[in-house]
Design a protein around this ligand. Structure first.
Ligand SMILES: *[C@@H]1O[C@H](CO)[C@@H](O)[C@H](O)[C@H]1NC(C)=O
Ligand SMILES: *[C@@H]1O[C@H](CO)[C@@H](O)[C@H](O)[C@H]1NC(C)=O
Ligand SMILES: *[C@@H]1O[C@H](CO)[C@@H](O)[C@H](O)[C@H]1NC(C)=O
Ligand SMILES: *[C@@H]1O[C@H](CO)[C@@H](O)[C@H](O)[C@H]1NC(C)=O
Ligand SMILES: *[C@@H]1O[C@H](CO)[C@@H](O)[C@H](O)[C@H]1NC(C)=O
Ligand SMILES: *[C@@H]1O[C@H](CO)[C@@H](O)[C@H](O)[C@H]1NC(C)=O
Ligand SMILES: *[C@@H]1O[C@H](CO)[C@@H](O)[C@H](O)[C@H]1NC(C)=O
Ligand SMILES: *[C@@H]1O[C@H](CO)[C@@H](O)[C@H](O)[C@H]1NC(C)=O
Ligand SMILES: *[C@@H]1O[C@H](CO)[C@@H](O)[C@H](O)[C@H]1NC(C)=O
Ligand SMILES: *[C@@H]1O[C@H](CO)[C@@H](O)[C@H](O)[C@H]1NC(C)=O
Ligand SMILES: *[C@@H]1O[C@H](CO)[C@@H](O)[C@H](O)[C@H]1NC(C)=O
Ligand SMILES: *[C@@H]1O[C@H](CO)[C@@H](O)[C@H](O)[C@H]1NC(C)=O
Length: 400
């Protein structure tokens, strides 16, 4: 994982009044690419109410094609759809005005209006990631699904609209993200130590999530540890009270949930956590952010990275790998599991499950953007992944 620039960049949120005379409703109805959005707003007037008079905002407006791709999922959902549409609309609305020119190759994480705790536990509102890839502004949301800005800087009285080519995905909780990222060892370990609900319901956390191979590489060291020792190891991977997106990771030490400090080191654009390398950064979660790392951290060996290391399992010296991935017995694998990624509420989850069970599809082109792994692309072809295109795909597995 290369992180191009480490210094946080504060997006310049324009504070001056807009010199545009069209209100949002008029802007949307005058753009032939946004007739689907206009229909959505008409269909869910309660959900749309907050948007009509919003000021000082940036709206990412899904194009007709983008909405079409998720239509069957929204259309088939039950009475909770109104709440979901409201949440989706707030997630598509940033606080503050961000023009395309404010988006650079350095990732930025502006807050959306989504602060309903049924969907997000990020203080100040769940974020999206914005960055420039080549000349395309990318808006990255749950499970790192990528939406491209296809029409930028449409001004209205309350701010600016950018048309995007896929619907943003509300980030899921720790468990659903970990399942979709195939972090089955971590899931099993968290479950075995009864930390699942703690992590799923947490606010403002950062999780450094070891990959399966990270666990497997030190299998001998994990074979006989007690639940308390396992919990101490896991708590050394969690920062409580701070969401450290890649843009704010710098050479520093950070206190973990378990109490001991982690050392963050940046070397040539690669981020190390102690001696573990961040291999996939900035996976958004309901309660914060996850960065996948290539080795398991050891609260009893807090040595920082040094120039001779290459992310090997040096934190557990003498440990050897095993044939099986530790902690994974009984943990479902992502290829056969469809997870609700939008919300932790069982009701809304159930409404999607029924859509999924019915083979709800029509979303084979949505969501994954240009970074789809071959596994993810193949999975998208199946009806069962229809909901996953809205609520998360396997788009980032390729980088793990
Ligand atoms: C706003 O735009 C109108 C027409 O484009 C222009 O005449 C006016 O001077 C502008 N006002 C400001 C404050 O820039
Ligand atoms: C938006 O502008 C149109 C046309 O000027 C007007 O009819 C409508 O009431 C306005 N909507 C809001 C919410 O102000
Ligand atoms: C619709 O979007 C395309 C780009 O995706 C753009 O070329 C076209 O001008 C847009 N149409 C309108 C009416 O804005
Ligand atoms: C939006 O503003 C218009 C005109 O000021 C007002 O009539 C309407 O009630 C407002 N709508 C909402 C949802 O606040
Ligand atoms: C607009 O929103 C941004 C981001 O929340 C905030 O910093 C700024 O003060 C707001 N400007 C106005 C004029 O309210
Ligand atoms: C969400 O934001 C709204 C508008 O800024 C605010 O009134 C409300 O208190 C916030 N709710 C939470 C849970 O932060
Ligand atoms: C947010 O936190 C509250 C309180 O801890 C919890 O009840 C709720 O389930 C959390 N929300 C999500 C979406 O995880
Ligand atoms: C919207 O407003 C911004 C800032 O005033 C300006 O740079 C941009 O050109 C405007 N967009 C359009 C399509 O006029
Ligand atoms: C998930 O991880 C397991 C164990 O590391 C591996 O065998 C499997 O191929 C992975 N699945 C995907 C979809 O990457
Ligand atoms: C986890 O919770 C279960 C059920 O409450 C309990 O039986 C078990 O001992 C707990 N395990 C640990 C490691 O605390
Ligand atoms: C989670 O742990 C419980 C015991 O606390 C166990 O019964 C269950 O099978 C475990 N589930 C998974 C998926 O590991
Ligand atoms: C987004 O743009 C990239 C090129 O920057 C392209 O590869 C990708 O296919 C586009 N995604 C969608 C969903 O059109």
């Amino acid at each position: 994982m290369q992180i191009k620039t480490i210094l946080p960049v504060v997006l310049a949120a324009a504070v001056s009044a807009q010199n545009a005379t069209m209100n949002l409703t008029s802007l949307i109805s005058s753009n032939s690419n946004l007739t689907g959005l206009a229909t959505l707003l008409n269909t869910y007037p309660n959900a749309a109410a907050g948007l009509a008079n919003a000021t000082n905002v940036t709206l990412f407006a899904p194009s007709n094609q983008a909405l079409q791709a998720v239509e069957s999922v929204l259309g088939s959902a039950n009475g909770n759809t109104n709440a979901l549409v409201a949440a989706l609309l707030s997630y598509h609305t940033l606080q503050g005005i961000y023009y395309a020119s404010n988006i650079s190759s350095t990732p930025q994480f502006p807050h959306s209006m989504l602060n309903n705790t049924l969907y997000s536990n990020v203080t100040g509102g769940q974020v999206v990631e914005c960055r420039l890839e080549g000349s395309t502004a990318e808006i990255i949301s749950g499970l790192k699904s990528i939406a491209n800005v296809t029409q930028a800087n449409l001004n209205f009285t309350g701010g600016v609209v950018h048309v995007i080519d896929s619907v943003l995905q509300i980030p899921g909780n720790f468990s659903s993200v970990a399942e979709n990222a195939n972090l089955t060892a971590l899931l099993g370990a968290v479950n075995a130590t009864n930390l699942t609900s703690t992590l799923d319901e947490a606010s403002d956390i950062t999780i450094f999530a070891p990959s399966n191979s990270a666990f497997q590489n030190i299998a001998s060291a994990l074979g006989n540890i007690t639940a308390a020792q396992a919990a101490a190891v896991l708590e050394y991977h969690v920062i409580n009270g701070t969401i450290a997106y890649s843009s704010s990771l710098a050479n520093t030490t950070i206190k973990t949930l378990g109490g001991a400090n982690l050392t963050i080191t940046i070397e040539n654009g690669t981020v190390f956590v102690n001696s573990a390398r961040v291999v996939n950064a900035d996976i958004l979660m309901t309660g914060g952010v996850m960065h996948i790392i290539d080795s398991v951290l050891n609260p009893n060996n807090t040595a920082a990275a040094n120039a001779t290391q290459s992310g090997a399992a040096t934190a557990y010296s003498g440990a050897s790998s095993g044939t099986a991935v530790p902690f994974t017995s009984g943990v479902p694998t992502p290829t056969t599991t469809i997870v609700d990624l939008v919300t932790s509420t069982a009701q809304v989850a159930a409404s999607y499950s029924s859509v999924v069970a019915a083979g709800g599809s029509g979303a084979s082109t949505a969501g994954a953007g240009g970074k789809t792994s071959s596994a993810g692309a193949a999975a998208m072809q199946t009806g069962a992944m229809g909901a996953a295109a809205l609520f998360g795909g396997a788009a980032f597995l390729a980088n793990v």
